[in-house]
Design a protein around this ligand. Structure first.
Ligand code: PLP
Length: 414
């Protein structure tokens, strides 16, 4: 058996046979071997342009040299924390986050994934307010562990695991009045994504997060911004909440925070939200959380974004990409319903669910990786590195145009 077949057979035998079948069906029968910038190379030497960006993780590209260098340095010193002495990269990353987050967000606790950062925010909110209830949005995606899954707004993922946590309610996303109607004196926190990612790249009306904050404040509840996908530059600002000029009480951050090299998440809070943890710092702990490798990656990623003007580059690249996609949408209204997004967080809503799988396969056939959003298979999401140059975007647009044209010719049958 060759290397590829051997790998797929191990997937079938030891990981999940259905997943292996699905990958093959989508034309993904190859093994990722190396990556750089916006390119992934498979074990056979075939190169793909990565427009999925690891679900938004690769904001500054794959294997960013500055991040790799910082991680290598720690690797030969103190890669994992001993937990008893002070940890300098963790102190540096906390300071860097306090500087780039809005308002009085100041304290950080580090974890290893997005879902853990959401779990932490929920716990900290309950600790700070001593209240039982949470409000989240329909169609939200906050992760798949028990607490974050309870906040996630899609029954497909939730129902097999019922009963989930008590005290959660969901309201339509983007509707401040619906939120006002349910937030009360028993609400610990409202948790919202500034732009819904897996829900289908849904941009709420301008001012929504600001109104949500005011509604929370009026009832003494906290606002948790889930910035796992939108944070660290994805939308062309450091955080999604910056578009509304609002400071949440708690922020969940992950994905791009590790510079695409290390897994890391952060729970970030204001002094008010953090009070309970200040009184009892060991109420929330993590063995791996805050390790030097991951924190050094975070510090290097933030430095790179600042020094290389990545936010402005991401804004510009995103506008260019969206304009190109809108032209294609105008030409093929039978396939594309809408193009939307901010910065390099872009969604293309299709008229039919079946068109998503076809477009994805056609793009992969031409060596461009895209995928649909987890909660909404009708939306193709494009979350390439913010540093992707115009020539590469032009090529992606050309290939996408042809794939949409081909889909248009069979749309009736999908
Ligand atoms: N929150 C949001 C907004 C996300 O988009 C995701 C993942 O896509 C998560 C939380 C969960 O993150 P993770 O997959 O790292 O657990």
């Amino acid at each position: 058996m060759n290397y590829v077949d051997e790998t797929i057979s191990k997937y079938e035998k030891y990981i999940n046979p259905a997943q292996a079948k699905l990958f093959r069906f989508m034309g993904l029968g190859s093994i990722e071997a190396s990556a750089e910038g916006w390119t992934i190379t498979d074990s056979e030497g075939r190169q793909f342009i990565d427009c999925l960006g690891g679900y938004g993780m690769f904001a500054i590209g794959h294997r960013n040299p500055k991040v790799v260098e910082a991680v290598e340095k720690e690797l030969h010193g103190m890669p994992m924390c001993g937990k008893v002495l002070f940890n300098r990269p963790m102190a540096d990353l906390s300071e860097a986050l306090a500087e780039i987050t809005p308002g009085d967000l100041q304290y950080s606790f580090f974890v290893n994934s997005g879902t853990e950062s959401v779990e932490g925010c929920l716990k900290v909110a309950r600790l700070a307010t001593k209240r039982p209830k949470f409000v989240a949005a329909d169609n939200a995606f906050h992760g798949k562990t028990m607490g974050s899954l309870t906040a996630t707004g899609r029954d497909l993922y939730r129902d097999p695991f019922q009963p989930l946590l008590n005290g959660f309610s969901h309201v339509p996303y983007g509707d401040a009045e619906a939120l006002r109607a349910v937030v009360d004196e028993e609400t610990a926190a409202v948790i919202l994504e500034p732009i819904q990612g897996e829900g289908g790249i849904i941009v709420p009306p301008a001012g929504y997060m600001k109104e949500a904050k005011a509604i929370c404040e009026a009832k003494g509840a906290l606002l948790i911004a889930d910035e796992v996908q939108t944070g660290i530059g994805r939308t062309g600002e450091w955080f999604g909440v910056n578009h509304d000029g609002v400071t949440p009480d708690l922020m969940a951050c992950a994905k791009a925070l590790g510079g695409g090299v290390m897994p890391i998440g952060a729970i970030i809070g204001t002094p008010r939200a953090w009070q309970g943890l200040i009184e009892a710092p060991f109420l929330h702990t993590s063995t791996f959380g805050g390790n030097q490798l991951a924190c050094a990656a975070g510090v290097a990623a933030i430095k790179f974004i600042k020094e290389e003007n990545v936010l402005a580059r991401g804004r510009e690249a995103g506008e260019y990409f969206i304009a190109g996609l809108k032209k294609i949408a105008d030409e093929f209204p039978s396939v594309i319903k809408e193009v939307r997004g901010k910065g390099m967080m872009i969604g293309v809503e299709l008229t039919k669910e079946g068109a998503g799988g076809m477009l994805m396969s056609l793009m992969i056939d031409k060596n461009i990786i895209v995928a649909y959003t987890l909660n909404n298979p009708k939306v193709i999401r494009l979350e390439p590195p913010l540093i992707m140059p115009k020539e590469v975007i032009d090529h992606v647009l050309e290939v996408f145009h042809d794939a949409v044209a081909m889909t248009a010719s069979v749309i009736e049958d999908l």
